[in-house]
Write a protein that binds this ligand. Structure first.
Ligand code: MTE
Ligand code: MO
Length: 204
């Protein structure tokens, strides 16, 4: 008898989907599961700000109005959660990470960033992975404002790494010169998290 994962791949192949898009150990779902530690924050856009600090020449604290005025871009991307679901062709709109990066004038020593969200949630990323073309601070999913569960009003979207790096309810980032584990990375998840290399947990 075939396994759930095998049947999932057979269904995808029957629909003409290139199986190379599905990382090892993943299955594709049409649903959009909700996953996070802790509780959904109480978001008040009047109090909300987006802070960039650390190794930058131009630290900023942008309010929601300033964020809304930045030019947006749309992307379509496959996303991969470490709990084994993947979702193909998700569509997002938001501010390119690269645009914010250039605005803050990072110093040459910068190697990593610590992404920050409500309730002290963090995630770490190498600079090159953070500023990749297509990465967004997204305010829109599938043509609608983000749902609170999925990170309203703003979330990071970094599709090429496991989705735990795509910090929901993002409030800014700190630019640093060494890799330091974020919330899930301190709790056993891989420091980098490439889904195609199955870098799920420490030691993978
Ligand atoms: N602020 C915050 N962002 C987070 C998390 C979290 O616990 N807190 N969990 C991550 C994990 S583990 C996953 S899989 C995705 C899930 O995003 P979704 O709920 O929109 O599917 O959010 C990521 N972003
Ligand atoms: Mo996750």
């Amino acid at each position: 008898m075939s396994t759930f994962f095998e049947r999932n791949r057979e269904e995808l192949a029957a629909r003409g989907i290139d199986l190379a898009r599905v990382p090892p150990g993943q299955y594709v779902t049409e649903r959009f599961p909700v996953l996070h530690a802790g509780v959904v924050p109480d978001v008040d856009l009047d109090e909300w700000d987006f802070v960039v600090d650390g190794l930058v020449d131009n630290p900023v604290a942008l309010d929601w109005r300033q964020i809304e005025e930045l030019p947006s871009e749309s992307i379509t991307a496959d996303i991969h959660c470490v709990t084994k679901w993947s979702k193909l062709d998700t569509s997002w709109e938001g501010i390119p990470v690269r645009q914010v990066w250039d605005m803050v004038q990072p110093r040459s020593e910068a190697t990593h960033v610590v992404i920050k969200a409500y309730h002290g949630f963090t995630a770490n990323l190498p600079v090159a992975d953070f500023i990749r073309p297509g990465n967004l601070f997204a305010h829109t999913y599938d043509g609608e404002p983000l749902e609170l569960d999925h990170g309203y009003p703003l979330r990071l979207v970094v599709p090429h790494l496991y989705f735990w790096k795509s910090v929901k309810w993002v409030r800014g980032f700190t630019v640093v010169d060494a890799d330091q584990p974020g919330f899930w990375e301190r709790n056993g998840y891989h420091m980098y998290g490439d889904p195609f290399k199955e870098q799920r947990y420490w030691g993978d």
